[in-house]
Design a binder for this molecule. Sequence first.
Ligand code: ATR
Length: 287
Amino acid sequence: TLQNHYISSSGSLLLGVMGDPISHSKSPIMHNAALVETGLTGSYVPLHVKPDKLEEAIKGITALGFRGVNVTIPHKVEVMKFLHHVDESARLIGAVNTIMNDNGVLTGYNTDGIGYVRSLKEEVISDLYGSTIMVIGAGGAARGIIYALAKENPARIIIANRTADKAKELANEWSSHTDILGISTQEALPLMREIDILINTTSVGMHPNVTDIPIDPHHIPEGIIVSDLIYNPLKTRFLLEAERKSCRIHSGLGMFIYQGAYAFEYWTGTPAPIATMRESVLRSLEG
Ligand code: ATR
């Protein structure tokens, strides 16, 4: 039965998130709301894990009978060496954000990229086939997004980064699958005329630096889709400027919800209650 698989012998489904820092994470609020809504008996707790205690903490998953955990900054890359299996997409991305415990066998997944694309498709554009997409940034967040975007058969992906070499390296990794170009943000400006979707994957503009913006706003094209991975604030300056240019905007909240939804579905085998999860996070952002 589901009970035998998902509920530890303590009688409760144990879930959590490991990070450093962790106290500001919205994941516990979101997942506990999902547990209540689906009627599952369990709890999702914040776990403050310092880098030098990560290995012990991962062993603790099995020792304590946790069904699964999310891992966040700064553990997403490092954690892979402590798992029994890493699924193919997480291996290609080079980062794990979700761990599943099957009777002591730990498998790592990455739900960030697929969560982002699911949210983009449900909220702003149902089909990415044939579109030209510019991604600003070439760090860890960009990697998962580019992996998931490339699977949607866009016409072209342009990675624009402050440091051109990092954009070029990342583009090279995917060039056998996709028409993909890595260039400096400066060099990318003339190409902005051709794009349908512009995505910020950097942390520029995140709370508390809300007046920062990853590119000079007058370069944002009129009427395209503009997306930001940041969800605090819900509308970054980048998105506010895009709205002024009649763009359709997409905030990082959707990515956060759907990366959690995929994780919840892996752990519980139960469809994630998306609306409840979104409402719980929105309420806590306002409060
Ligand atoms: P994350 O996992 O959040 O992506 P990261 O791997 O450190 O974090 O990557 C941060 C990304 O944001 C990089 O693309 C970085 O550009 P560089 O490669 O040039 O460092 C970009 N970034 C961070 N701060 C920036 C800033 N102030 N202006 C422009 N780009 C910035």
